[in-house]
Ligand binder design. Structure first.
Ligand code: SF4
Length: 336
């Protein structure tokens, strides 16, 4: 991966993460700027330009760093939050919600993890010690794809080691697991992989590691004792749906013993209207467009409800038949 240029906010010029990234990418020219917002998204940059010209921004995230997650985000009954440590992604999944979300596909890494952790600590204090407070990474990026470059994970490990009733989810499609294996497992850090059947991943998850590579990475982490989770999301319908998902569920439960699977979330392909518009423009020949989509309960574009329920219930049944406790399988962002 080649960044064209690195933009660094002057206020983080000497930050260890900034120095680390620059050291790892010594040939990429650097421009120092006052604020990321002075340059990032200033001029609209088409999403697909990420294929041949990508800049990297390093700076300090201002405003709220940790936010309450929407309903149906995780296992119900617990408080869920997500934190923002980066924008945009090196991969190019056709259904990605980031297309059209920002006016630029350039990558942004925020370096003020100390402030994110301070907000997390404050939130934990607002909840009783009996509650499990969840913090999810990767709402606007992949949590692990560039972790070797950004190097912030040890700070999170130190924090969660001291906060046994807080949990963190790192969600990924990458196989960049060396930083995790170096740190070792913690009971309250859950590594989750998004998976699709091999054929669907080949078709729609552009530039990501293959399903088989992700399964191999999951197995290595499970063997090393990590707590794991799985997102079968987005589920896409095609005529091989049942046999492909049966194979995937079997393979993933071979890779990760069922007792290390903390949860499995299921979600059917969906788009906001803006993202659907961008997606149709960016991928006019996509096989996804063969589906019949309708506007549904939350104004998102989805398959119709009977079809969604058929897909979700079928995969849910496969997971339960594979030995996963029914309460560990939940339907993501879906009204029952
Ligand atoms: S891995 Fe996630 S964030 Fe990255 S392109 Fe795919 S869907 Fe988008």
């Amino acid at each position: 991966m080649l960044f064209e240029r690195i933009f660094v906010e002057k206020q983080v010029q000497q930050h260890p993460q900034t120095l680390r990234v620059q050291e790892a990418l010594p040939k990429i020219p650097v421009t120092y700027i006052d604020k990321i917002s002075d340059v990032f998204e200033k001029a609209r940059k088409p999403y697909l330009q990420k294929r041949d010209s990508l800049n990297l921004f390093l700076g300090r995230k201002e405003g709220q760093l940790v936010k309450e997650a929407p309903d149906a985000y995780g296992l119900s009954g617990d408080p869920h939050y997500y934190f923002i440590h980066a924008y945009n992604c090196i991969y190019e999944c056709e259904y990605c919600y980031l297309q059209g979300y920002f006016h630029s596909p350039d990558l942004v890494m925020f370096v003020n993890h100390d402030e994110i952790l301070a907000e997390m600590k404050q939130i934990c204090r607002q909840h009783s010690p009996e509650e499990t407070v969840w913090f999810h990474a990767g709402e606007f990026s992949d949590s692990l794809a560039l972790a070797h470059l950004s190097g912030e994970l040890p700070e999170y490990w130190d924090f969660f080691r001291e906060m046994p009733n807080a949990r963190m989810e790192l969600r990924t499609k990458s196989v960049n697991i060396k930083p995790l294996l170096t740190l070792g497992p913690l009971e309250n850090i859950i590594i989750t992989f998004s998976l699709s059947p091999s054929a669907a991943a080949r078709q729609y998850d552009r530039k990501t590691p293959s399903t088989q590579a992700r399964l191999n990475a999951m197995k290595r982490l499970a063997d090393a004792g990590f707590q794991m989770g799985i997102h079968l999301d987005p589920i896409v319908y095609d005529e091989r749906f049942e046999s492909d998902y049966q194979q995937l569920v079997t393979e993933m439960l071979q890779a990760v013993p069922v007792e290390q699977v903390n949860y499995i979330s299921l979600g059917v392909v969906r788009f906001t209207r803006d993202v659907f518009h961008e997606f149709s423009k960016n991928y006019p020949k996509s096989g996804l467009l063969a589906g019949e989509f309708v506007k549904s309960f939350d104004n998102k574009v989805r398959y119709n409800r009977p079809q969604r329920l058929y897909l979700l219930k079928t995969v849910q049944r496969m997971c339960v038949e594979g030995g996963v406790a029914p309460e560990k399988v939940y339907l993501c962002m879906e009204a029952e």
